[in-house]
Design a protein around this ligand. Structure first.
Ligand code: GDP
Ligand code: MN
Ligand code: MN
Ligand code: MN
Length: 245
């Protein structure tokens, strides 16, 4: 397998109302089975999933948590508003967001946005992916997989990685269960989170600061079989259970 990875340059600073698929298609070409990773930051900016700190009034809870974390209580309030379940408040808020993703500060982000504004994760990032995929199909005639990414911290290891928070045109997981290894052993457990692997490498191409590369194209990944149950159920999630104790 040989995979070509291309950072898509020429994308302007994204504003609310911008047509991302059109902008991306002006700056690259697509073939069937290509995979397009897009930073959630620009999806949110294009869709207006942003907030001005000046418009946010912190609740008593936000003020209390802000006393612990020393962060702006308006920023904390935006995190609370974006969360469906708070797993931990301190030293940073760890919470679940509506799509099932669990992340630090609910993915609320103040990087790469102008002024005293913050970026909120799309509520249904896979729906954003489907919309972008459909638009690219209309513009180019090609069937492209789409992943919306965000840079996330990890348990157990230092260093952030790109994660897939939404996807379309592929399954999240490549399921190896039932396959046989080199010696005929049947695999019983192995499910590979392919969308996260691809998102992680796209994040490497994007960088975090001033690269100006919010979209990355992968050619040659092929296809795989699997399923979309990327998130543990609360019953399955041992770490979450331990943290809630
Ligand atoms: P996040 O991981 O979704 O929070 O996105 P980042 O803030 O880490 O940005 C990822 C990449 O996109 C970096 O290379 C940024 O410089 C770039 N980026 C962010 N916003 C824009 C934008 O509006 N236009 C362009 N061209 N690049 C952007
Ligand atoms: Mn950011
Ligand atoms: Mn982010
Ligand atoms: Mn990032």
């Amino acid at each position: 397998m040989s995979v070509q990875v291309t950072g898509i340059s020429g994308i302007p600073l994204i504003q609310k109302g911008d047509d991302l698929p059109a902008i991306i298609c002006r700056n690259t070409t697509f073939e069937d089975e290509d995979i397009l990773c897009i930073a959630s930051t620009i999806v949110s900016k294009a869709k207006g999933y942003t907030r001005a700190l000046a418009d946010i009034t912190p609740s008593p809870d936000a003020l209390r948590i802000s006393g612990l974390t020393k962060e702006d209580p308006r920023f904390i309030q935006a995190i609370l508003d974006s969360s469906t379940e708070i797993i931990q408040e301190y030293p940073f808020i760890l919470s679940e967001v509506p799509c099932g993703h669990v992340g630090v500060r609910a993915g609320v982000d103040n990087s790469n946005i102008e002024g005293e504004n913050i970026i909120i994760l799309p509520k249904d990032p896979s729906a954003e992916c489907r919309e972008i995929r459909d638009s690219i199909k209309k513009i180019t005639g090609k069937n492209v997989g789409v992943i919306v990414t965000d840079t996330c911290g990890r348990a157990f290891r230092r260093g952030q990685c790109g994660n897939a928070i939404g996807w379309a045109g592929m399954t999240a997981i490549r399921d190896f269960r039932g396959d046989h290894d080199l010696f005929g052993l049947e695999l019983e457990i192995t499910e590979e989170a392919v969308v996260d692997e691809i998102a992680a490498f796209s994040n490497f191409i994007m960088g975090e600061s001033n690269n100006g590369i919010p979209a990355v194209k992968f050619s040659g990944c092929g296809t795989w079989k699997g399923h979309d149950s990327l998130y543990f159920t609360k019953e399955e999630d041992l770490i979450r259970k331990a943290m809630k104790r």
